[in-house]
Design a protein around this ligand. Structure first.
Ligand code: ADP
Length: 391
């Protein structure tokens, strides 16, 4: 059965088409700079990568080109062969604890949740509507980034704010990156052939740490929004909330200014004065840039603090897993984190840790906690959920 996994951002559309249940990828690609000048798309097929410059005024343009490519390249003879299309949705709040088939009430709820994810949920809706128009006979499924975190206990997801802010306005912890955390959890529990106590570190330019027991989330570092938790490329992570009224009262910040400050101008970028990419931070460290050194130390400390907290919460842990751009590729960051965990009996296998982007155990044989690199695969999770619902 042919299933398409789709991830719509405000100016991008990523896709991956699978033959299920074999999970063979038939074609994948990304449309970028939708609605902006110099838009283009790239597709990968049979190991070949093709880039084309095109005008993409909106997501409909991208979907139109995508379906033409699928037909021209004979991925399908008719669009009716696409039985299911799975769409990633960032925010499902406490309304969805699993992936669901799209109907009008689901679309309405996603729309109502846009205030919690103002850039992402509207983009997903635009994508769903565009695909419904061009592939009308496919079933559409939505896969929520928050769903896997719905198993957190109330004492974990509540903030110590007046209770009515939770009851009336839904202000609580929801977490994010759930699809990735779930992929790594299932991968590791399969590997061990039993459910283990895991700490999953999804560290890319956005980063979150999740504690998992019996295949279920116990706690996660992101909160009401993805701004909470560890330091990130451009986000603050946890800060003293009173900094915000201080900035408003004394430096004349507006709500939009604050939003931009804490989400786009902080983290690595804020500390170093402009460097947000972890590769550039590492280059800076090599060149003796003091701000890059301090940014990396703060980043590592913020991750280690969460690991320590979750070690206690889980009453010990079997495995720590590193995933996403930095987790899969930054040898230095993994080394720094594992070195900081020596008091918990973590040892490092430096040869294994010199690898990038592949599944490998990076802790030493004598380590009290196993540490792994586990490349994440959010697209296959979308395809799996879609296939299960559609079949
Ligand atoms: P997101 O999906 O949140 O945009 P990614 O998971 O793609 O983020 O991760 C992007 C991050 O991964 C960037 O900070 C980038 O520098 C980092 N990264 C990618 N490759 C490497 C590498 N070889 N060494 C260090 N960091 C890397």
């Amino acid at each position: 059965m042919k299933i398409l996994a789709v991830n719509c951002g405000s100016s991008s559309l990523k896709f991956q088409m699978y033959e299920m249940p074999e999970e063979n990828v038939l074609i994948s690609g990304v449309f970028e700079r939708i609605g902006i000048e110099n838009s283009f798309y790239t597709i990968k097929i049979n190991g070949e990568k093709i880039k084309k410059d095109v005008i993409l005024n909106n997501h409909e343009d991208a979907v139109r080109i995508l379906v033409d490519e699928l037909l021209e390249r004979k991925i399908v003879d008719s669009l009716d062969e696409i039985k299911g299309i799975g769409h990633r949705v960032v925010q499902g709040a406490d309304k969805f604890d699993k992936s669901v088939l799209v109907d009008d009430s689901v679309l309405k709820t996603i729309d109502e949740l846009s205030s919690l994810a103002p850039l992402h949920n509207p983009a997903a809706l635009i994508g769903i509507n565009a695909f419904k128009e061009f592939v009308p006979n496919a079933s559409h499924v939505v896969v929520f980034d928050t769903a896997f975190h719905q198993t957190m206990a109330k004492e974990t997801y509540l903030y110590a704010l007046p209770y009515e802010l939770y009851e009336k306005y839904g202000i609580r912890k929801y977490g994010a990156h759930g699809t990735s955390h779930k992929y790594v959890t299932e991968f590791m529990n399969n590997y061990y052939k039993e459910n283990k106590k895991l700490i999953v570190c999804h560290i890319g330019s956005g980063a979150s740490i999740t504690a998992v027991k019996d295949g279920k989330v116990v706690d996660t570092s992101m909160g009401f929004t993805p701004n909470a938790g560890v330091i990130m490329g451009t986000r603050t992570g946890d800060i003293d909330a009173s900094i915000i009224p201080y900035l408003i009262k004394n430096l004349d910040y507006s709500a939009d200014d604050i939003d931009k400050l804490i989400n786009k101008e902080s983290g690595f970028k804020g500390i170093t004065g402009g460097i947000s990419d972890s590769r550039d931070i590492e280059d800076g460290i090599k060149a003796g840039n003091e701000k890059c050194e301090i940014a990396q130390k703060m980043f590592v400390r913020s991750i280690v603090n969460y690991i320590a907290k979750y070690y206690v919460l889980l009453n010990g842990v079997d495995a720590i897993c590193f995933t996403a751009g930095i987790g899969e590729n930054s040898i230095l960051t993994r080394q720094n984190i594992m070195d900081s965990l020596s008091c918990l009996g973590v040892t490092i296998d430096n040869d294994a840790n010199s690898n990038r982007g592949k599944f490998i155990k990076v802790s030493g044989d004598d380590s009290k906690i196993d540490c792994f690199v586990v490349p994440t695969d959010e697209e296959v999770m979308i395809a799996r959920d879609t296939f299960e619902i559609v079949k």
